[in-house]
Structure formats: C-alpha cells, structure tokens
Design a protein. Sequence first.
Length: 134
Amino acid sequence: MVPDNQNNKIQKVENKEGQILQLEHFSGPLPHPAILEKYNQIVPGAADRIIKKFEAQTEHRHRIENRVIWVDSVKSILGLIFAFLIAMTAIVGGLYSVLHGYSFLGGSLSFAGLAILVAGFITNRFVGNKKPEA
C-alpha cells in the first residue's frame, strides 16, 4: 500500500486472473495515520508535533469564534438599547413640545418616535428572524 499526497491509499494486487485495484480514501484535518507513521520514522516525535499544532490551531479558532459571537451579542443588545433611547427621546421631546404649544413639531416628533419603535419590531419579527436555508 502506497499513500499518495491526498490521503488516499492505493493498493495494486496482481493474481492469476489480472490486477485488482483497491482505493482507500481518508479524509480529515490530520494526515492519514500511515503518513503520520512515516513522519515519525523520518523525524522521531514529528507526529506528536503535528497533532499538537492541530490542537493549538483548533483551540485558537474556538477562541476567535467565541469572541465573535460575544461581540455580536453585545452589538445586538447595544443596538436595541440605543434605538429605544432614540425613540423615547423623540416621543418625550414630542410630548414636551405639544405641552409647550408646538403641536405640529410635537406631533411629528412623537409620531417619528413611535414609527421607529414599530419599524424596529416589524423588522425584527419578519426580517431578522429568518433562518438561513440549508
């Protein structure tokens, strides 16, 4: 059996009737165990170094993915908080303006604040919750 560079092992067997070709495919993030064994024969401890490097890379990726998920969560929460503050400022400012005799400005501000809140809920309900199709 001879491993090739794509983690496949090809075995040729000749018998009285002809040739038999057997292909064994190995897929994974690490090289085929036979290839790791050959590395160890050439450089003792090489397989262990390769596996440790793979483990370190995997741990690094997990840390990055966890950080990205955390940052996305914080951004989402902050977005909701700031949108709520902007909408409430518009509504309160509109009510204040109406109480001080600026009915058109007050009504416009209050309507804009309510529109921001409603648009946020509608967008989140119908657009934001769609799951990607697999």
